[in-house]
Write a protein that binds this ligand. Structure first.
Ligand code: GLC
Length: 556
């Protein structure tokens, strides 16, 4: 099969990238029927406005040739319509709530608000469309055969990227994507305007480093799911990608290929000791680089980026797989590390002092299993386990197949700690007492086993499910979904749960939190039809095989 022709991404260039090969492999694996959508005009012939206007017309065509799940009407969830048996009652309630959270700009749906919680006294910014929060909503709509809202969102945020961004007198990088935006409706003047937040209004003025990466990942998900290559190929989207990439591929004083970040730069958007090289950002960075590689044109402007991406991917995967990875054997090696080693022959390259290894890791580490730790920098290894980074590492194939299997082994071995009664802990373990004071700055929202500090976030269910399907362990996802299903609707879709087992609705958790709702729907739809996985997963790139110098869990 000619992959380049099939997927068509490289119509502009005959070069076949690594990621396309992955697409091919994944399709074979999942036995998903290839989308076959005819392109009406070549990519360069159509302008962005034409694309937007022509959306409805284009969709008609698209609907007739490709109808995921064979849905019968716009309001009918495909996942339930396809089956003869009754869907779980939570599913239809979830769709209703998801649709209620839609945000419109001049009559077009452009996103979903973070939470539809009228009972909450403080709205703060939960009435905004967050880029990261919209991702599971987008996947739910794509899986249900409703790609137009996703396209509108991608175009709207792209426009916002073009804004001049300032915090006080400081101008932000051109490529920065907003954390969130809000649509203001003026009923007198009958106008809609948008205000965006790039961190200049956010609590703590945190930079959303993840937004740009999610945008790229979503653009690929849209392309992969619809077969519509025209959007990613527009000069505007190509430029948007290049601007994001310029920000994170620029040369500086770095000695590592990982991306240096400030605290609170991602889903964890408050001070939580994730400054430096947090796993969440490194995994999203890796995935966004691979998605870009599949979508960037190899033209005069794109070519240079493609070369830089390939180099960075090699270095990044080597660094992550070697230095962030930990399992029983590796922990034992670090425990016995010598310190103060000089020159390139050093084994303990970052001069980690074994005494700094926290006690809990020794008990937590099973004989079988492993994970990517939270952070690695000079003399510092943050051994905390983070859900998002580890799941994205599996989905992006930053983790080797053996490492992916080991991450799943850890889930099984430490189910009570990581899942407990509500999937899924954002990180493990919580920090308390003196350490909490120092690390969070006494943050009352991030007390132990709450919110970002070891709280349980239902949104993470979709990532866990995707990782389970990819590693061939759907039974783990099934178990997790059942747990969530028994409580989410009854508890009105909380943002997060508290406690060591995740048993209590979070202290300050919003209700009707959209990504809790969408995350559940995506998990359900993926488990029902695993071919959906392709839009959010990349196969292993055999050219990036690491030189593993260390033992790993699968050898024991
Ligand atoms: C909180 C979360 C953040 C999320 C936002 C909107 O700030 O920490 O991850 O994007 O709420 O739900």
């Amino acid at each position: 099969m000619d992959v380049t022709k099939e997927f068509g991404l490289r119509n502009v260039n005959s070069h076949c990238s690594i990621s396309e090969m992955d697409d091919y492999d994944l399709t074979k694996l999942l036995d998903k029927p290839r989308l076959n959508i005819k392109r009406e005009k070549s990519f360069d012939e159509r302008s962005l406005s034409e694309l937007s206007i022509g959306l409805a017309r284009g969709l008609d065509n698209f609907e007739s040739s490709y109808s995921p799940g064979g849905r019968s009407g716009l309001d009918t969830p495909a996942s339930s319509a396809r089956n003869s048996f009754e869907p779980h009652p939570t599913v239809s309630e979830a769709w209703e709530s998801l649709r209620r959270s839609l945000v419109y700009f001049r009559g077009q749906p452009v996103g979903t608000i973070a939470a539809y919680d009228h009972a909450s006294e403080e709205v703060l910014n939960y009435d905004q469309v967050f880029v990261r929060d919209f991702v599971p909503s987008a996947l739910a709509f794509l899986m249900n055969g409703e790609p137009d809202i996703v396209k509108n969102f991608l175009l709207k945020t792209l426009q916002l990227q073009g804004w001049e961004k300032r915090i006080d007198r400081f101008k932000l990088g051109e490529g920065a994507m907003p954390a969130s935006f809000k649509v203001l409706h003026n009923s007198d003047r009958k106008t809609d305007t948008v205000v965006a937040d790039f961190g200049e209004s956010a609590i703590g003025r945190v930079a959303p480093v993840d937004s740009g990466f999610w945008w790229i990942i979503l653009l690929r998900a849209y392309t992969k799911s619809t077969g519509d290559l025209t959007l990613a190929e527009t000069p505007e989207c190509q430029k948007g990608m290049r601007l994001i990439l310029s920000l994170c591929l620029s040369e500086g004083f770095d000695t590592f290929p990982t991306l240096l970040c400030a605290d609170g730069c991602s889903m964890i958007d408050r001070r939580m000791g994730i400054y430096g090289y947090p796993i969440e950002i490194q995994a999203l960075f890796f995935m966004a680089l691979r998605c870009s590689l599949a979508m960037l044109k190899h033209d005069a402007e794109g070519k240079e980026f493609v070369e830089r991406i390939v180099k960075r991917l090699h270095a990044l995967s080597y660094h992550m797989r070697s230095y962030f990875w930990i399992d029983f054997q590796q922990l034992n090696d670090i425990y016995r590390y010598k310190t103060e080693e000089y020159s390139h022959t050093a084994v303990n390259k970052f001069n980690v002092i074994p005494d700094s290894i926290p006690d809990w890791v020794f008990d937590f580490m099973p004989m079988r299993g492993g994970y990517f730790i939270g952070n690695v920098s000079p003399a510092r290894m943050d051994f905390r386990w983070f859900a998002l980074g580890n799941c994205i590492a599996i989905l992006s194939s930053l983790a080797t197949p053996e490492q992916s299997a080991a991450i799943m082994d850890l889930f099984e071995a430490r189910w009570e700690e990581l899942v407990g009664e509500m999937p899924l802990k954002i990180c493990y373990p919580a920090i308390e007492s003196h350490e909490w004071r120092i690390v969070t700055g006494c943050d009352p929202k991030n007390t132990r086993w709450s919110y970002h500090n070891g709280g349980s976030w239902p949104v993470l269910l979709w990532m866990l499910t995707a990782a389970c399907i990819k590693t061939g362990r759907p039974q783990i996802a099934r178990k997790a979904i059942e747990l969530a299903e028994s409580r989410l609707l009854k508890d009105s879709w909380p943002e997060y749960y508290d406690g060591k087992l995740g048993r209590y609705v979070g202290k300050q958790a919003r209700k009707y939190q959209t990504w809790s709702i969408a995350g559940y729907l995506v998990a359900k739809m993926m488990l029902e039809d695993p071919s959906h996985l392709g839009m959010i997963s990349l196969e292993e790139d055999r050219q990036m095989k690491p030189v593993l110098k260390r033992s790993s869990s699968w050898t024991c």
